[in-house]
Design a protein around this ligand. Structure first.
Ligand code: FMN
Length: 387
């Protein structure tokens, strides 16, 4: 897949670099670790050496065979400093090169990422703010730290971003197949309220839509996600939430995109009237339902040339026949149909189905993880449209 150099510096969050390494490996990436002397007080080089199966360089005069500070970056796709101390960030900004990781950085011509981790006081100090600004000016990409409990028993800004997020940001910045393209994704179920505490919905969780958003981001797209407030997941890409079909329709208005994946499970009916307060228990209750607006058809009728819409259909039977009918009726460019039912499709980790294009071509996607299904769907669309 790719190769990254992971520079670990002397922060209390250095143990999380182990998880960063693991996350890269899970995605098939090779990791080469280098460390500052201070970092070795927090995690032993042997830990990284064992996990990466590669020699870890700390001392530029003892651990190095030749001009490795220049050679290592030549063979890598990126350099990531995680966690990055205030001290190391200052060194990078000033152009100091008095140890192996800082010499490596200065010689590196590949994309560089920095994930700061420090106490809020250190992070907000004008010197650190200025140094981070200088790094940005030098083209370094900063993976913003998060808010939360810090090691110094304070709450605040400065926690190393979650390892999965660190890796996601590196990989999505390096992705190229959808670079410069705007991808919009809708995900999760709608809720149509009967009264103030009850609603009509479906078992969708938004997992497949999230996977599409993440895979598109990993291919370098600028992704925006419209995610159901009922989804149990949160996303690593920019998102806003919706609850009802009407809210989703409002959020979609005026959104610009090149590629739209309408993965959300939008209900077909809603109560004609929502009762204020709470309906009282009674012997029998008849609900008066009306059809919800056909958001997909609306979107397809107003799309401009060059925009591509992929519809999604969850069916219990006659998959291909029903999907083809929906594709023709709504005016989408392609449709992905997958079987659903009790314990099938909704909320599961795996999915399968068929992607059908307007020209009638059908591509079967065998059972695999939802991330893999998402990757296949996007790749097929890219190939078809030469996007
Ligand atoms: C227990 C402990 C925890 C530390 N945690 C951090 C930290 O999270 N972030 C930081 O910027 N510095 C932290 N420091 C200070 C750095 O270790 C110190 O500035 C060191 O010189 C950094 O060296 P390096 O940048 O070469 O790795 C910590 C120090 C100690 C003793």
């Amino acid at each position: 897949m790719g190769r990254v150099i992971l520079a670990v510096t002397g922060s209390i969050a250095a143990y999380k670099a182990v998880e960063v390494l693991r996350e890269f490996q899970r995605r098939g990436w090779e990791v080469r670790v280098v460390m500052t002397r201070a970092a070795t007080h927090f995690v032993a080089p042997l830990t990284f050496q064992t996990l990466s199966e590669k020699r870890v360089i700390v001392d530029q005069f003892r651990d190095v065979f030749a001009l490795e500070h220049i050679e290592l970056c030549r063979e890598a796709d990126a350099l990531l400093v995680a966690p990055a101390t205030a001290d190391f960030i200052a060194k990078m900004a000033a152009g100091l090169a008095d140890d192996f990781p800082s010499s490596l950085y200065l010689a590196c011509k590949k994309p560089v990422f920095v994930a700061p981790a420090m106490n809020e006081g250190m992070l907000m100090h004008p010197a650190t703010r200025r140094n981070l600004e200088i790094l940005r000016e030098h083209g370094v990409r900063i993976i913003e730290p998060e808010e939360g409990p810090l090691a110094c028993e304070e709450e605040g800004l400065g926690r190393l971003a979650e390892p999965a997020r660190v890796v996601f940001q590196v990989l999505s910045s390096l992705g190229s197949r959808l670079r410069g393209r705007k991808v919009l994704v809708t995900a999760g179920p709608t809720r149509e309220f009967i009264d103030e505490v009850r609603f009509i919905s479906n078992p969708s969780t938004g997992k497949q839509g999230l996977a599409i958003a993440h895979q598109a981001a990993l291919m370098g797209a600028e992704v925006h996600l419209l995610l159901s407030s009922a989804s149990p997941f949160r996303s690593m890409v920019s998102y806003e939430t919706f609850t009802s079909g009407e809210e989703l329709r409002e959020r979609l208005k005026g959104k610009d995109y090149d590629l739209l994946f309408m993965t959300a499970a939008v209900g077909d009916f809603r109560p004609a009237k929502t009762k204020g307060g709470k309906l009282r228990r009674q012997g029998r209750l008849t609900l008066d339902l009306e059809a919800t607006p056909d958001i997909l058809a609306e979107i397809c009728s107003s799309k401009r040339p060059g925009q591509f819409v992929v519809a999604f259909a969850a069916e219990t039977e006659d998959f291909l026949q029903r999907a083809k009918k929906k594709l023709g009726k709504k005016g989408a460019d392609a449709i992905f149909v997958n079987p659903v039912g009790r314990g099938v499709g909704f909320g599961q980790d795996e999915n399968r189905g068929w992607l059908i294009f307007r020209d009638g071509s059908i591509h079967e996607i065998p059972p695999s993880s939802k991330e893999e299904v998402a990757r296949r769907i996007i790749e097929l669309v890219i190939e078809k449209e030469e996007i």
